[in-house]
Design a protein around this ligand. Structure first.
Ligand code: PGA
Length: 275
């Protein structure tokens, strides 16, 4: 089956030199399997910080071709970690979805819980960003997921929390055609499971799969059944991806910390390719 492996570098690494090396290693992990005709069904999307992203896009052949003679980007796409809802105007510090698309970027992560928690991004803002991204030709990767407080209150509370986020963030999307809607990718990424480095652990694979099934049902009830790709995120790494990937209802993974380690990436691609 086809799966997405979205690599969210967050604000890493600290220097451009290290970022170039990480990109090379990531490309090599894809190329190696591709050369062996083994990578067939995984779309790998690298999402570096903005300051590296544009440079990579403009100089990608020289960055990636360092040690590889045959280059294909078919399995390594680029994504941004956020974008604004306007394409131009007096918006200091914002990034236009149209300019991202024109630069060759095809994906954008929206509504990540680190942005909602730390910078007060609201559902309304996320909804506007989703619409602007779609109109600009980007594929929005829309994060939803309950916080720790809600998680402790049980499954029903978590389901209600996620339902509310889906409605508030996606309700304006019903005006789009089915073809456009199919560009939206949803990620179930409970914030309590994010960041292995802070000591958090991934959701139980069966519970994650159940919530993803629930999200697919909810989206369908909202009349948005053309949105059919729902991924899981939150402390995914080489050591647990196999258990998660056993659930075919999970259409891929959004990976943070482990995306900074080439060996982890290789293993995660290998697992996605196996199932
Ligand atoms: P993590 O982060 O894999 O480090 O938990 C996931 C994310 O926030 O995208």
């Amino acid at each position: 089956m086809h799966r997405f492996l979205i690599l969210n570098w967050k604000l890493n690494p600290a220097t451009y030199k290290k970022a170039q090396q990480l990109l090379r290693d990531t490309a090599r992990a894809c190329l190696r399997r591709q050369a062996a005709k083994k990578i067939k069904q995984t779309t790998v999307v690298a999402c570096p910080p903005f300051q590296y992203l544009c440079s990579f896009i403009y100089h990608q052949s020289s960055v990636i071709s360092h040690q590889s003679s045959v280059i294909s980007y078919q399995f390594l796409q680029f994504g941004a970690q956020d974008c604004f809802w306007e394409s131009n105007g007096s918006y200091t510090g914002e990034v236009s979805p149209l300019s991202l698309h024109q630069a060759g970027i095809r994906y954008v992560i929206l509504g990540h819980s680190e942005r909602t928690r730390a910078y007060g991004e609201t559902d309304e803002m996320i909804g506007k960003k989703i619409i602007a991204a779609l109109q600009a030709g980007l594929r929005p990767i829309v994060c939803v997921g309950e916080d720790k407080h809600t998680h402790i209150r049980g499954k029903r509370a978590s389901m209600l929390f996620v339902t509310k986020q889906l409605h508030n963030r996606l309700y304006q999307c019903s005006k789009f055609s089915n073809v456009m809607l199919a560009h939206i990718i949803v990620v179930y990424e409970p914030s309590w499971a994010i960041s292995t480095v802070s000591g958090n652990v991934s959701d139980d694979p069966a519970d994650a799969a159940a919530m993803i099934g629930y999200i697919k049902d909810q989206v369908s009830h909202m009349g948005l059944s053309s949105i059919h790709e729902v991924l899981y995120g939150g402390s995914v790494h080489a050591g647990n991806i196999e258990q998660l990937a056993a659930y075919t209802i999970i259409d891929g993974f959004l990976v943070g910390h482990a995306s900074l380690y080439p060996r982890e990436i290789q293993t995660m691609i290998a697992v996605c390719e196996k199932v």
